[in-house]
Design a protein around this ligand. Structure first.
Ligand code: ADP
Ligand code: MG
Length: 330
């Protein structure tokens, strides 16, 4: 069996390229170990992860090292989640491939989502050549904004749905990259987007695209691609009123992912999934029977040091998680 030794929790860190609007290029605050591909030093502290990607890493290299092994696990019946965490502007959406402008995006820039779909569709086609088994591939797209979940593909996407009923949200069939682009376009048009003074296109909400594999007989496995809202503090984005409330909700969601991860790491019997909508929606995918891969996106800029340290701390806490998935099928 391929990738049998795959660790259930894997953490990668990716350094973003310099943001051009900040003017002249200063030295990066992130120092990579010249020998190992998994260590870095920030502010004189060493961090060790499964992978540490420099800003020059290609989308293909990142996908191959961090994400591709999960596709094998989805075909073995496991719930798999890839989650991009970090400050706004550090490349979470770019890495996850959540934008729908693939006509304009050259192939080398394609993110995790289209690459995953490509591998999944290839495997389904190969399996169906050899057996009569039929596997249906479909996807759903959920947004979590201000502690409410929205089914972005539904006929009424502005009506919040019950987070505990996220299993029954709209799924559209996916047979090609064009289907994925249409789905992202539809979903992205329905997202709540607000400008902040950190990134004009910043999304203040969490986005979850789930690829569902359904076999005859109803067995199901899923790959969740989660593009979390910016992890920066409310202070820093300088908002008042509605936007401040957004900041509070975002922090609540991220804090509860942290609490769930910590409770699982500590082996607690009760895991606080219901503390936030984000963890309620992801409940079935954040269990000891699933695979979780975190991509922590960090900035090279000195002015972002405190956010970078907080992102690295979160990534370190995720690394302490102990999941123990058992082989489920095939
Ligand atoms: P986030 O989702 O974390 O707020 P984005 O993914 O929107 O950040 O990235 C901010 C900008 O930087 C986007 O224009 C994106 O295309 C660009 N970008 C981010 N990472 C890279 C990268 N590794 N290579 C090229 N462009 C990048
Ligand atoms: Mg984004």
């Amino acid at each position: 069996m391929e990738y049998d030794k795959l660790s259930p929790v894997r953490v990668g860190v990716r350094e973003a390229p310099f943001r051009s609007f900040l003017g002249r290029q200063e030295p990066s605050i992130v120092h990579f170990s010249p020998e190992a591909g998994n260590s870095l030093v920030v502010d004189q502290n060493d961090y060790h992860f499964d992978h540490a990607f420099r800003s020059t890493v290609s989308q293909l290299e990142l996908y191959g090292a961090l994400i591709m092994p999960l596709v094998g696990k989805v075909f073995c019946g496991f719930e798999c989640t890839v989650m991009a965490y970090g400050q706004t502007g550090t490349g979470k959406s770019y890495s996850m491939g959540m934008t729908a402008d693939n006509q304009a995006t050259s192939e080398e820039h394609l993110g995790v989502l289209p690459r995953c779909l490509c591998d999944i569709l290839d495997r389904v086609a190969a399996k169906q050549e050899n057996t009569l088994e039929r596997i249906q591939v479909s996807a759903s797209y959920i947004e979590i904004y201000n502690e409410k979940a929205y089914d972005l593909l539904a006929a009424t996407p502005m009506d919040p749905m019950l987070a505990s009923r996220s299993d029954s949200c709209t799924c559209l069939p996916l047979a090609s990259q064009e289907d994925l682009q249409r789905l992202l376009q539809l979903g992205n048009n329905n997202r709540h987007v607000r400008r902040t003074n950190m990134n004009a296109n910043s999304s203040r909400s969490h986005a979850i695209v789930t690829i569902h594999l359904r076999r005859q007989g109803g067995q199901l496995s899923r790959m969740n691609i989660v593009d979390l809202a910016g992890s920066e503090g409310v202070r820093r984005t300088g908002h008042k009123g509605v936007a401040r409330q957004e900041g509070v909700s975002i922090n609540m969601g991220l804090l509860s992912v942290n609490k769930v991860v910590m409770a699982m790491a500590a082996g607690h019997a009760v895991i606080p999934y219901r503390d936030s909508v984000l963890t309620t929606v992801l409940q079935k995918s954040l269990t000891s029977q699933s695979y979780l891969t975190l991509l922590a996106c960090i900035s090279p800029h000195a002015c972002d040091l405190s956010e970078t340290i907080s992102t690295l701390r979160f990534a370190k806490s995720a690394k302490r998680l102990r999941l123990n998935p058992q082989q489920l099928m095939m």
